[in-house]
Design a protein around this ligand. Structure first.
Ligand code: GLA
Length: 377
């Protein structure tokens, strides 16, 4: 790794050469120290690649520019065995079968907008609805189902930049939205995700990542024995279609209390369908702070979640029903993986009391989330 510090020019040339020259089917090239690029096929007439980011510890994150999907995140467990702490597939075809947002970037609006409608500056907008009467995760073809432009940065740590232009009117949203997402894998086993966006018309924006974690690395184990702490005294209750009622409710004395780490399965049976709610994080500003810790004693792994965002959608894979098969051939059943989606609150464009998700021309949307893997031996 040290070598690359002395060879910035050579690395830069390697980046340029590799980004400009076509990669043959399934061919893998080293773009720079710590990053390889594999041809993964084509979608919508655009080339799809799988990038592998490796740090000096041998931790490895794979990301494709189709949907900006994190397909795997391989770390050591306490016995020294390697496995992926997120579910996913080893080929593009798996993702084209439309799994429920496995590992994907979510936009233009993470989670639900009631009836797919909102009004901005007196203009009423109607979105594509794709979840009963509501709009979910950007609509029928959200940011999870498009090919992003990808650039490998000539940095000291492996980093991948993805760009996408969401056109004015796409899925019903106003304004051309230029989005940049930067994934970085640090030597401290942190997967850092930075989101930036700019618009030319006022629009709601709420970006997140939809990785499904199972820290045992094996979906034959449910996530019910994982322990979770969420630094949140309140959550947003929902109606039967999972739209927030607008109320901010205390978690105290309810199954939603994760202020001290507890097993996810402990009270899940008292929550109809399982957890699929937004927690109102205790953090008071938009600085990057630790907001949650997930841990699993079987593997000895923990994931600390840091974010600039005010909310966390904790989802226990309630709708997973075995239809999709993980890379190891095992069916992905209910509660065998969970999501910790850092975000603004669902349906904020229709809830004036929630933190604003409205981006205006000239403003810069910026948000950061870090998933840090820690091994407790
Ligand atoms: C989010 C939602 C869930 C579900 C999943 C995807 O977590 O809150 O209700 O739609 O995405 O299946």
């Amino acid at each position: 790794m040290k070598l690359m510090n002395f060879l910035p020019v050579v690395s830069l040339i390697a980046v340029i050469v590799s980004c400009n020259s076509p990669v043959k089917d399934e061919e893998t090239v080293t773009v720079k120290a710590g990053i390889t690029k594999t041809d993964w096929g084509e979608f919508d007439s655009s080339k799809v690649y799988l990038y592998t980011l490796t740090n000096t510890k041998g931790t490895e994150v794979k990301i494709t520019n189709y949907g900006g999907i994190v397909t795997s995140f391989v770390t050591d467990d306490k016995a020294g065995n390697k496995s992926s702490i997120v579910i996913g597939f080893d080929s593009l075809s798996g993702y084209l079968a439309k799994p429920p947002y496995f590992g994907a970037l979510i936009g233009r609006y993470g989670n639900r907008i009631s009836d797919g409608k909102f009004t901005l500056d007196g203009t009423a907008y109607t979105l594509a609805t794709n979840n009963g009467k509501n709009a979910l995760h950007g609509g029928l073809k959200g940011f999870d189902k498009v090919v992003w432009t990808s650039t490998v940065m000539n940095d000291t740590v492996p980093s991948l930049t993805l760009n996408y232009l969401s056109k004015d009117g796409e899925e019903g949203y106003p304004g051309n939205l230029k989005v940049t997402v930067v994934y970085t894998l640090t030597d401290d086993d942190e997967l850092k995700i930075e989101y930036n966006a700019e618009t030319d018309k006022t629009t709601p924006v709420n970006l997140t990542n939809h990785s499904y974690f199972n820290l045992t690395g094996d979906v034959s184990n449910t996530i019910l024995n994982h322990k979770l702490m969420i630094d949140a005294d309140n959550y947003t209750p929902v109606d039967t279609t999972l739209i927030p009622t607008g109320e901010i409710k205390s978690v105290k004395g309810t199954p939603f209390d994760f202020t001290a780490a507890k097993a996810i399965g402990k009270e899940i049976d008292s929550v109809k369908g399982g957890y699929d709610h937004n927690w109102v994080l205790n953090k008071k500003d938009n600085s990057l702070q630790k907001v949650a810790v997930l841990s699993d004693s079987l593997s000895g792994r923990s994931v600390e979640v840091y974010s600039t965002e005010p909310g966390l959608q904790f989802y226990t894979g309630n709708f997973l029903d075995g239809t999709f098969i993980n890379r190891d051939g095992k069916h992905i059943n209910q509660h065998t993986a969970l999501c910790m989606e850092t975000q603004h609150f669902p349906d904020s464009p229709n809830e004036p009391s929630f933190p604003s998700t409205i981006l205006k021309p000239g403003e810069k949307y910026h948000s950061e989330t870090v998933y840090k893997v820690v091994l407790n031996k």
